[in-house]
Design a protein around this ligand. Structure first.
Ligand code: NAD
Length: 615
């Protein structure tokens, strides 16, 4: 990464982070963009907003007009949101010259190509640009996955060819990945890094490997989410809601596929698969089917979702949209709820139910634990009152609804019992066998397990149809998501009842089957494991990988920050479970993760994991 300062003579003085060396970076004033689709239009806007003159090229007049309206619409939105004023918008639009002739790039100092992700198309454009542009001009590609090296050798200037990978939407996302090949001149890399800084972007520079940092980590996850949907493991709405609410991601994976473009996503996955032969990158068949059917995502008005119009971000109902209350079953009546356990999850769940008006009877293994839970709930309710989130009266009412006990027999008349005891199968099985004897027949028995098979709990009872998973997230009082896990035996009205109960708790239920990791952990942990593999391969540093995912994809935490927070031991255990269940070679825990756990570097809790934390 380079730090750049503009001197009075308008030359760019760059100080590299790892040396004292100073050089005078090139200052660009006229640049070109080829292809004005999803990415190119945004890239042209970014350049023009930074004061550069832009020559923007499309295939024909109709495509030029489409590109122009992309830029006008995008800057119009920025204007209406107060992010740009009218005069600046007019000035920046005047800086862009739209054309359908590549020859108009004859004076460009740098050109970014953003045409479809196909090598033969890009190679043809690069060969033509090489003949048109001045000899010292830089040729950059916005490719997400194709080999920049392969593109460079179709030109007579391979050392001036580089990757400049913007993120979607380009005017908003702050990251650019700069891709240097083995022949790219260091000066060209530095010039492009300085340009990225001038554009107000954060750059990470990496080598020429399919997917670079962000897409290499993102696309395995996206493909996995698509295959969950394709296997009808969960609905598109539930998969997306799970990742947004469970991980704080700005978009769910299927909505993101639609934003990226189904054809572009297919090409990226296909290239990554061909280069790495990792089965997890082999595009899920439905991606190709959507592509052939012309359902390319937002840009064509339909992909995984349907949109109001071509290019519109507004999702509209279609024949796959679930309709509230459409379940054709009689719901069970739930008024009193039993909670078993005294840990973090149990305490949170007790509070959530009590605040929502349920009578809660909790059971722990000793009087002192009953007192402990009472105190923890009281503290948490007090905080809610102090923050103005709960009235005094509601606090008193909630507390009045909670009763503690040390006997499971007290649960006999509960309508729903949720267990949140230790994550050990034999303990949970014995508990379910006990509950089966004690609790009335029409009651629902739920487990909050994060990793054990719910069917194992169901099989320990004589009423497997009434057993279900309710996977709350930590802290249960804050996190909106509940994964509602049905087994092969769960009765439809039990699932519908539990979803309805979640609604009354102001939680978002998502339904999924009884597979390791449910939705969130199954999608999250293999991605984290892939990040460890990338680090172990010395492709990029932990800081650069964290930064790429935060700045490029809007993730709230980078993968290493997240593993350090969750705990390396916990992450490893979850990854092992996933590997054992799916026997997927790509899920095998990264050796580096195993080694760090062996060394006792467990993350924040030990002061050291992938990062070091001051004590
Ligand atoms: P797109 O299909 O939205 O747009 C491509 C545009 O290129 C079209 O408008 C097409 O008319 C034009 N085009 C085709 N051949 C051309 C030519 N010879 N000369 C001029 N214009 C031509 O594609 P996109 O999603 O913008 O992707 C463009 C590139 O950016 C790809 O390499 C892709 O991998 C990369 N990329 C995409 C994303 C994303 O989220 N979509 C993100 C980063 C990078």
């Amino acid at each position: 990464m380079a730090i750049s300062l503009t001197s009075r003579s308008n030359e760019r003085l760059c100080l590299t982070a790892n040396s004292e060396e100073r050089y005078v970076a090139r200052v660009f004033s006229k640049v070109g963009v080829v292809g004005l689709g999803t990415m190119g239009a945004g890239i042209a806007e970014v350049f023009a907003r930074s004061g550069l003159d832009v020559i923007a090229v499309e295939v024909d007049d109709a495509a030029v007009e489409r590109g122009r309206s992309h830029v006008e619409d995008s800057t119009g939105r920025a204007l209406s949101r107060g992010k740009l004023d009218e005069a600046d918008r007019t000035a920046m639009l005047e800086r862009i010259t739209f054309t359908s002739s590549l020859e108009d790039l004859a004076e460009a100092e740098l050109v970014v190509e953003a045409i479809p992700e196909r090598m033969e198309l890009k190679a043809d454009v690069f060969a033509r640009l090489d003949k048109i542009l001045p000899p010292d001009a830089i040729l950059a590609t916005n490719t997400s996955s194709l080999s920049v090296t392969q593109l460079s050798v179709v030109t007579g200037r391979p050392s001036k060819v580089i990757g400049l990978h913007f993120f979607n939407p380009a005017p908003v996302m702050k990251l650019v990945e700069v891709i240097r090949t083995v022949v790219t001149e260091p000066q060209v890399v530095e010039d492009v890094e300085a340009l990225a800084a001038q554009l107000g972007k954060t750059d990470v520079t990496v080598g020429d490997k399919a997917g670079f940092i962000a897409n290499a980590l993102l696309f395995g996850y996206l493909n996995h989410a698509v295959s969950m949907y394709e296997q009808r493991y969960a609905t598109r709405e539930d998969i997306d809601a799970a990742m947004k609410l469970g991980c704080g991601l700005p978009m769910g994976p299927l909505a993101l596929m639609d934003l990226i473009g189904i054809d572009t996503a297919y090409e990226i996955l296909d290239t990554m698969y061909r280069q790495g032969r990792d089965r997890l990158h082999a595009p899920s068949p439905i991606i190709r089917q959507l592509m052939i059917a012309g359902r390319l995502g937002r840009k064509s008005g339909r992909g995984f979702y349907s949109y109001e119009a071509e290019g519109s971000p507004k999702v509209v109902d279609d024949d796959l949209t679930p309709h509230v209350g459409s379940a054709d079953v009689d719901l069970r009546d739930i008024r009193s709820v039993g909670v078993i356990g005294s840990g973090t999850m149990a305490t949170g769940i007790i509070e959530v139910f009590a605040k929502s008006g349920y009578d809660v009877l909790f059971v722990t293994r000793g009087r002192e634990k009953v007192t402990m839970v009472d105190k923890a709930v009281a503290r948490s309710l007090e905080k809610a009152v102090q923050r103005g989130k709960l009235s005094e009266q509601d606090r008193t009412d909630a507390q009045g609804r909670i009763t503690g006990s040390i006997s499971l027999d007290a649960l006999a008349d509960c309508d729903l019992v949720v267990e949140a005891v230790v994550e050990e199968l034999s303990v949970k099985q014995a508990l379910f066998a006990n509950l089966d004897e004690i609790v009335k027949r029409e009651a629902i028995l739920a487990t909050t397990t994060s990793s054990l098979p719910v069917i194992e709990c169901a099989a320990a009872t004589s009423r497997p149809g009434s057993v279900i998973g309710m996977h709350f997230f930590n802290p249960a009082t804050v996190m909106k998501l509940v994964e509602v896990v049905t087994t092969v035996a769960t009765a439809p009205e039990v699932a519908a009842t539990v979803r309805a109960v979640c609604g009354t708790l102001d939680k978002q239920p998502v339904s999924c089957g009884d597979r390791s990791g449910f939705i969130v952990n199954a999608l999250l942990f293999p991605y984290l494991n892939d990040a460890v593999k990338m680090l172990q391969a010395h492709y990029a540093t932990a800081d650069d990988i964290d930064s790429a995912m935060k700045v490029g994809c809007g993730y709230p935490m980078g993968p290493f920050e997240l593993i350090d927070t969750v705990g390396l031991d916990v992450s490893l255990a979850i990854q092992r479970e996933l590997y054992l269940e799916f026997r997927e070679p790509g899920f095998a825990p990264a050796p580096l993760l195993e080694q760090l756990v062996t060394a006792g570097y467990l993350g924040r809790k030990t002061g050291r994991g992938f990062h070091v934390y001051p004590s």
